[in-house]
Design a protein around this ligand. Structure first.
Ligand SMILES: O=C(O)C(=O)C[C@H](O)C(=O)CO
Ligand SMILES: [Zn+2]
Length: 279
């Protein structure tokens, strides 16, 4: 390891039949990443659902270099992986193999397989990294809010008016597995991804941000006929296995990074669930 980051937290894959027996602590321990950001270090969680790694880098008092972890058996983190990185803090920079990129809040950098050095800088910045295994190298790409494919969804009448920016996807920044973007709720809207859906071909993770410190999001997970909830604070992440819905309602508006990896990259490949079918 090049930089002494804390140990990798390993989360084993779970079966949907386990969910009804989970109490609050077990649900949170399995699916919630409570502290992805710690000043002056890089924390990382490996879920065995599609071998995704979620990491947070907060270079509060100086540059932070991405290291690797012994469990990955790699010389450097992106030796056999790719990553989508979104700045959920104040503007900052990422230097990728000697080239510096400026990331405003909500912008995204793709770093492909074979990228050796990734350095994070910016006192108030907070970089969220979503990584998956990669079979080939795609070029580094920077994408700013509004530059990707933009979808306007929902309605103020149902409190779910939101803007979806698709960054890394089949018709945007190319990748091996990752599909990633940012959704922003309009003021007064609080529901995301309702009606809910699953996609048995991909695991999806959400990192909520832009939520006031005093507010919370009630995030729904589990199979559609057996749902549970997590109460989530700003800058916390949720892992949703392929069999799980992933939808939430906030006590205020917010944004979130949604990111997926798995069998395909078809954003529209969703198995929708009508509101009346949820249990
Ligand atoms: O607000 C939404 O709806 C979303 O952002 C949905 C996610 O993009 C998603 O679940 C993609 O599969
Ligand atoms: Zn989804």
């Amino acid at each position: 390891m090049k930089t002494p980051h804390p140990p990798l937290q390993v989360r084993h894959a779970t079966h949907p039949a386990q969910v009804p027996g989970f109490d609050t602590a077990a649900l949170r321990g399995s699916y919630l990443v409570e502290e992805p950001f710690t000043p002056d270090t890089i924390t990382a969680v490996l879920t065995h659902h599609d071998r995704i790694v979620l990491a947070g880098a907060r270079p509060a008092s100086g540059p932070l270099t991405l290291g690797t972890w012994p469990e990955l058996r790699s010389e450097y983190f992106l030796e056999r992986r790719e990553a989508g990185i979104v700045n959920v803090g104040e503007p900052g920079t990422i230097t990728v193999d000697g080239t510096k990129y400026e990331l405003t809040t909500g912008s995204c950098l793709y770093a492909g397989r074979g990228t050796r050095e990734v350095v994070f800088e910016g006192e108030g910045s907070a970089f969220y990294l979503f990584s998956a295994a990669a079979h080939t190298a795609y070029p580094t790409a920077l994408i700013q809010p509004g530059e990707g494919n933009r979808l306007e969804l929902g309605d103020q009448q149902t409190a779910n008016r939101r803007t979806i920016d698709q960054y890394i996807h089949a018709d945007g920044v190319p990748s091996c597995q990752i599909v990633l973007g940012v959704t922003t709720l309009h003021p007064g809207s609080t529901w995301n991804t309702m009606p809910a859906h699953t996609h048995d071909r991909r695991t999806e993770c959400y990192l909520y941000f832009g939520l006031p410190e005093s507010e919370r999001i009630v995030h729904l997970l589990g199979e559609p006929h057996e749902t549970r909830h997590l109460v989530v604070a700003d800058r916390q992440a949720v892992i949703s296995p392929s069999w799980s819905i992933h939808s939430g309602v906030g006590t205020s508006a917010y944004s979130f990074v949604w990111a997926m990896a798995g069998e395909n990259q078809a954003f529209a490949d969703m198995d929708g669930v009508a509101v009346q079918e949820l249990r």
